[in-house]
Design a binder for this molecule. Structure first.
Ligand SMILES: Nc1ncnc2c1ncn2[C@@H]1O[C@H](COP(=O)(O)OP(=O)(O)OP(=O)(O)O)[C@@H](O)[C@H]1O
Ligand SMILES: [Mg+2]
Length: 315
């Protein structure tokens, strides 16, 4: 019997503004356009992904009450993750579905309260265990679940990291991305130790780094040195078991273009822009290539886990 496994993927970095949200949003659209069922979970209190996909008017309504936003799952009895799913989230102004199969668990500004002591939450349960238990109820509905995390490894990020099979690090071709990468490796290892006792048997998620994606690439000269340095660091991470054995730097890179900023301003992901300029076509191709590379390169660990589940089910 074949067991359906959603690939659960976090985009994490210690450096802000490297492209976590834009990669997550545009990749989610490309995956859905390839026919996959995709859930994007917004774990960043800045709510950029939620505002991008819902547009400001719908998101403002949500933010006014907080009902249906992710923070409510951490207050027992208020809502479950399943209650928060906005199905086929992207709509045209007349309410027509634009990307069937792409769902969103949105966030609102109150998610910031997760980082202080919860007023009504269970003090004995880490938020990431509550999140994982609720995610288990809905993950069979999806092929891909993508987590957009804030630029840290605090409680909201931990929810995504702990539930992920794959952690990817977006990087810009600059020295600061490399510094952030080093710090992230150390923090992820600490989180792995702290969380190991809470893993649900058979859903082991070691939160290893599985790859690096370069974003905002200007020219080839720009990237070669940055990529070489990142590769050296990734090799060190591998040898210290901070990164998966088959962790990789993606061949697909995302170029630097104003189109990305413009897409957020008009409230449409890049692949849905009406503009037919060469610039738009090129950046669409970048995101699509990244989606195809992700689809065709399932990390060995995820395959092994799938096989393990299948053999248990067969037994
Ligand atoms: N390929 C790109 N070309 C040009 N601008 C980009 C590109 N990718 C992202 N940007 C812009 O860079 C800024 C930061 O991008 P984004 O919000 O995706 O980063 P982030 O890592 O999610 O940030 P944060 O850490 O604040 O969550 C945004 O203004 C976005 O429009
Ligand atoms: Mg972001």
């Amino acid at each position: 019997m074949e067991i359906h496994m959603a690939r659960k993927i976090s985009f994490v970095s210690y450096k802000g503004g490297v492209g976590k949200t834009s990669l997550t949003v545009n990749l989610a659209v490309c995956l859905a356009q390839e026919g996959y069922r995709v859930l994007l979970v917004d774990l960043d209190t800045q709510a950029n992904a939620s505002i991008w996909l819902l547009r400001l008017k719908r998101w403002n309504r949500l933010n006014a009450t907080g009902e249906g936003a992710i923070y409510s799952i951490f207050n027992p009895g208020t809502a479950t993750l399943a209650d928060c799913v906005v199905r086929d989230v992207i709509e045209s102004t007349d309410g027509t579905t634009l990307v069937p199969g792409l769902d969103l668990v949105p966030t609102t500004f109150n998610l910031v309260d997760l980082e202080s002591d919860l007023e009504h939450g269970n003090p004995d349960k880490a938020p990431y265990t509550i999140f994982q238990e609720q995610l288990l109820e809905i993950e069979k509905d999806y092929d891909f679940i993508l987590f957009d995390c804030p630029p840290d490894t605090m409680r909201a990020s931990q929810c995504g990291i702990f539930s992920s099979d794959e952690v990817y690090v977006p990087a810009n071709p600059d020295a600061l991305s490399l510094i952030g990468f080093t710090l992230l490796g150390e923090k992820l290892q600490k989180l792995r130790w702290a969380a190991s006792a809470y893993r649900i048997n058979g859903t082991d998620s070691p939160a290893e780094i599985c790859g690096v994606v370069f974003n905002c690439v200007r020219e080839e000269g720009d990237i070669e040195i940055a990529e070489m340095r990142m590769r050296v660091r990734l090799n060190q991470f591998r040898s210290h078991k901070l990164a998966a054995a088959d962790a990789r730097i993606f061949k697909a890179r995302i170029r630097d273009t104003d189109v990305v900023r413009r897409a957020f301003t008009v409230g449409l992901p890049v692949p849905l822009l009406a503009s037919r300029t060469t610039e738009t076509a090129e950046i669409c191709a970048d995101y699509r290539n990244l989606a195809l590379e992700l689809i065709h390169h399932t990390p060995a660990r995820v395959c092994e886990y799938g096989e393990l589940e299948q053999s248990v089910a067969g037994f």
